[in-house]
Design a protein around this ligand. Sequence first.
Ligand code: FMN
Length: 132
Amino acid sequence: MGDEELLELLRKSRRNNALRGVTGLLLYRNQCFLQVLEGPESVVESLIKTIEADPRHHSIRTLCREVGPRQFGTWQMGFENLDVETDQVGKTSLMTQDFDPDYFGANPTTAQTLLLCFRGIADPAVVASLGS
Ligand SMILES: Cc1cc2nc3c(=O)[nH]c(=O)nc-3n(C[C@H](O)[C@H](O)[C@H](O)COP(=O)(O)O)c2cc1C
């Protein structure tokens, strides 16, 4: 996806999510997305079906489902394009490597830790050790 397409996707997602009480984070890297969706179960399930049917991508995998407090409660859909070079402090190898869906599928907690790192609650040292 180009920058404009990503921005448009994000704009619409944030507008819809605000209306539906959905929060989360979307990461993009080498044509792969890693996303957290939080909200009432029925709303999230229905959104997953909508996203599954979206022709802009294929083969969704659900890495984990959890019941609990939101981790991204103030983010209508945070976003980071990891294809774009930044000087982010504490950037770890996991953030600079291409996303590997098979690896994340086998290591869902690593994916979770990476996502949480963007919210600033995961210890970057922990994430660094996960990536090595
Ligand atoms: C990777 C990916 C993530 C998406 N995330 C969201 C999202 O968080 N919220 C949302 O409403 N739509 C999201 N979409 C877009 C939906 O698939 C769909 O196009 C959109 O919800 C339709 O909105 P509309 O009915 O208002 O036109 C995402 C699409 C992709 C490809």
